[in-house]
Structure formats: structure tokens, C-alpha cells
Design a binder for this molecule. Sequence first.
Ligand code: DGT
Ligand code: CA
Ligand code: CA
Ligand code: ZN
Length: 585
Amino acid sequence: MADAGKLDKFAVARALREMGTLLQLKGENTFKVRAYENGANAIERLSEELATVIAEDRLEDIKGIGASMAEKVTELFRTGTSAVLEQLRKELPPGIVELTQIPGLGPKKVQKLRELGIASVAELATACQTGALRGVTGFGEKTEQKLLEGIKRHQAKPAGGEQRTLLVQALEVGERLLAHVRACKDVVHADLAGSARRWRETVADLDIVVGTDNAEAVMAHFVRFSQVATVDSRGGTKCTVILGNGLQVDLRAVPPEDYWTALHHFTGSKAHHVKLRGLARERGLTISEWGVNLVDSSGKAGDKLLVESEADLYKILGMEYIPPEMREDDGEIEDSLAGGTTDDLLKLGDIQGMVHCHTVFSDGKNTVAEMARAADAMGMKYLTITDHSPTASYANGVQIDRLKQQWDEIAAAQESVKVKLLRGTESDILGDGALDYPDAVLETFDVIIASIHSRMKMSEDEMTKRIVTAMRQPVFKIWGHALGRLLLERDPFACRVEEVLDAIAESRAAIEVNGDPHRLDLEAKWLRRAKQRGIRFVVSTDAHSTAQLANLRFGVAMARRGGLRQRDVLNALPFAKFREAVRPA
Ligand code: DGT
Ligand code: CA
Ligand code: CA
Ligand code: ZN
């Protein structure tokens, strides 16, 4: 029997991460820092008991754990701390670690602050307010403003209040957890429900619904998932756990015959359900998580109706099926009652080309050839190379004299791939609404994305005018990551969106649905309003590496949430038609 340690695997992983952060603050090289991050990930995902692995001296068999990491893990596990960690904590006061959590402060800047005697968030705030940082290299007046805003946001983070998690992070663990649950032999059906199934941009917790005749066995299996940190509650039909990353998961187990109504109920949204329940009552029915029942003459629930799919449920209500992404009570129920089908809603497989991709020519991680091969391997028919324009100097924007070099490289890469490569740009929308590059250059591209990357703090009036001016430029352009939001970090900028949409509807322009899971911009409610005006869209990944091409599914989900059909989306067109549709001049 292996000895119980002082720390569980999640606490060990947290300690390793802290060591990595502290080493980074000390200016250690990135390989060493990354080794701690990798070690933490490996320990956290361990699918057997850490105690057993240590007792049997098998830590080094784990990918990502070498001899010295194994030693630290063992020490942490047995004693609750490590000499290295204690030493690092002594060298670096606790306020320093908190400083690294302020947006815009990397380890280098924090190091600089330490030299100035600033070692906590409070001290930094005072320094900014009193102008004490003026004149220090790397800390201009602009940085001062940014830091003050960063501090405000940092302090506004809810303590114990509703913390939301990015969908991409929730799905990363959620999909593995679902696979684990489905591997239980007593599970007849299982799916993610709640906001994750609706592909909401952020989620408060994960929900899983299971159809089974043996709820007890399913729950016993569920809590054995390798990343469960604590079991919060466990009843006859419901079990709640907290994962190592802090995310809560609710599992509900129901008899297989109640599965579809339960899945529908726990998928939500609440607002969608409230309206459905009203409709059901008008039809002499009642809906609950337990099923659909007839209402008898005394107003009580009578016979239960057989529901064998979610489509069945909508059919019983005299409606067309509504997919989870659209269940937000934003017009989808009215559309469905009017007979509107969602069969033609955009699907992942409809997308024929990757639009909006970066390479090492600006701030991407991969070369043109690498991006091309990756898109080829995904079966894409075309790929637009759209690096940043000159004004985006922070992102190594491509100056005119480097364009020729990129186009040569695109031509060379084209030789060895089937996917058709297009020469594009992500042109900055300048402060006055002009586009970057002279018109004569713009007209030579195959495709133009037009995006805002600077001066986002304009008044609503100025911003509206700026974007309307940009959209009315004669070249065809795609409005990239439209409102500049960064989920959980930065709000969309102030702008009268309806006015911009009106301008786009009568201009040579389309709107991007940006699939970067930190952006997901333009958001669904505006996509619907844009679609009503006959505006067309592209669904992009805004990939800065080959790996990020996989984010396409987030863009498609966002498009579905906005009710976009295949015909609304330009990159669902075959190559020749797409090229014609986006031709700048
Ligand atoms: P979240 O977790 O805040 O990101 O959003 P949801 O939608 O996943 O919300 P959650 O986890 O509280 O509940 C999951 C689903 O269960 C929700 O979408 C609808 C259903 N549900 C939960 N509580 C209620 C309720 O009080 N009434 C109704 N009708 N449905 C509920
Ligand atoms: Ca939820
Ligand atoms: Ca929940
Ligand atoms: Zn951009």
C-alpha cells in the first residue's frame, strides 16, 4: 500500500507552476520555465494514483518528467513543499507574483519595477498615479494609463462571485471527461449539456446528462476521472465535482427513456425554456426535466408522451427543430413556429477555404509553406495569407518592399500543395477610416481583411464614423474581428453597430466571424441583425500557427449561433466563386 502524501496531485501541480512563474521572474531561460509547466500538466493529468507512481518509482516513465522534476515532485508529495520553492519564495516577495497577473506586465517589466522598489500592485498603482514611472525606459505615459486600467480590471475580478471560463478551455477538459463517462459500460447515452452544448463563448460550469439504468455505477465511474479534485455532492441522480482547474461539473443521471427530455432541459437556455413552456401550456401540454405530459381537465399532469429525440419534442409542440446553438430566445422560437427550417444552418463541412491566416512574415509562428500544407491536410480548397500591414509595426507588419518577397514565397509554396493560395492582407483601419497601403497596392491583393488594432478608445461618434468610412472605401474588404473584444479581458469598443451595418449593406464589404476562441467577434446578436440586411460573411480562424487552424469549429459555432446559412458565407463557396466575390477591385 502506497503512503498517502502531504499534497494531492493538483496541489503538486500548483506548486510546480508557482516555481515556473518565480523562475521566469528571476529571468531563467524559457526551456527551464516550460519544463515546470509541462511537469505540472503531466502530473495533473495522471490517470493513476500519484502515491502509487511514486511508491513504484515510475515518475520518470511519464512524458514530460525528467530526473530532477521527479525529485521535486516526490519532495512536494512527501513533505508538502520543496527547498527550491521555499528559496524562491524567500527571494521574491508575494506581491511580485500578483504583479505578473496585471495585463501588460511581463516578467521583464516586473523585474524592472523591482529594481525601482515596486513590489506590489498597491505600490504600482501609486507609482502610476504620481507619475513616478515617467522617464523609465519601457514605461511611457501610455503604459501608465494601460497599467492603471489593468489594475482596475484586476481588482474588479469577482472574488467568489461568478467566474466564467473560456469555452475552449472548458471543452478541452469537458470532451475528455465525456469520453471517460461514455467508456462506462452502464452508460446508454451521454452528452455535454448547458452552455457548453450551446457553444456559448464562456461557461460558468459544465453539465453532463447520462441515460442509464444504473446511476450509482455511472457516478462511481464519473468521480474516478483523473482530473477530479473534489467531490462536492453525490445524490441518487445528481453528482457535482470540482476539477483541478477549478471548473465545476454537474452530472445528472436519468433512466434511458427520459434521456432526450432531460438532455433538452439541461441544455437550456433558461429563457428558451420559459418560452417553450408557455407554448406547451397553450397546447394542453406540460414540459419539465422529466418529460412531456398531457394536462388533464383538472390542470394536473396526465399521461406522459413518448419522446425519442429532441426533434420529437419540437414536433410535439408543432415546431421545426432548433439546434442547441440557437436556443437563446433571440427570435429562434418565432422563426421555428413560422415554419423556418434550420436544416441549412452552416456546418463545419460547408467551409471550403481558410480565410485570415498569419505567417512568420508578420506575427505568425509558421511559414507560408507550413500553413499551406496544414490547410491542405485538412482538405481545404483554398487559403488566404493575410499578414499585418505596415502600420501594425508591433506585429511586424509587412512593408511594401517585403510584399514581393512574400508573393514569391506563396508562388513557391503553391508548387507543392493542392490547396489554392491567395495573396491577402490584414490591413489596419487607420484613425480616419482610411486603409493601410496605397490604393494602387490594395488593388493588387486577392483579398483584404480590414481590422482595427489601435486607437480603440475613441468616442462612439468618432468610432462609428471611422468604421463607416472604412467600409465605404471602394475596394472590397472583410471587416475583421469587428468590435475588438477579448473575452473576459476587453469589452467591444463603443460604436453604433446598426449604423455600421447599414453602411456595409450598401458597400463592397463583408463581415468576419472570427473563430479565435478569445475573440469570437462579431457576436451572434449582431450577426442576426447583419444577416437581416443581406450582408455576407466569412468564417475565419485568424490563425497565427498551423495548430490554430483547428479553431475553425469555434467560428462555425458562432456563425450558427447567429443563424447563418451556408449561402450567407463566402468561404462556403468553391474557389473560383470565392475569389470573384472578394476581389478587391
Ligand atoms: P452557465 O453554466 O452559466 O454557463 O449556463 P448554463 O445554461 O449551462 O446554466 P446552468 O449550468 O445553471 O444550467 C444548465 C441548464 O439547466 C440551463 O441551461 C437550463 C437548465 N436549468 C437550470 N436551472 C434551471 C431553472 O431554474 N429553470 C429551468 N427552466 N431550467 C433550468
Ligand atoms: Ca452550465
Ligand atoms: Ca450547472
Ligand atoms: Zn487582427
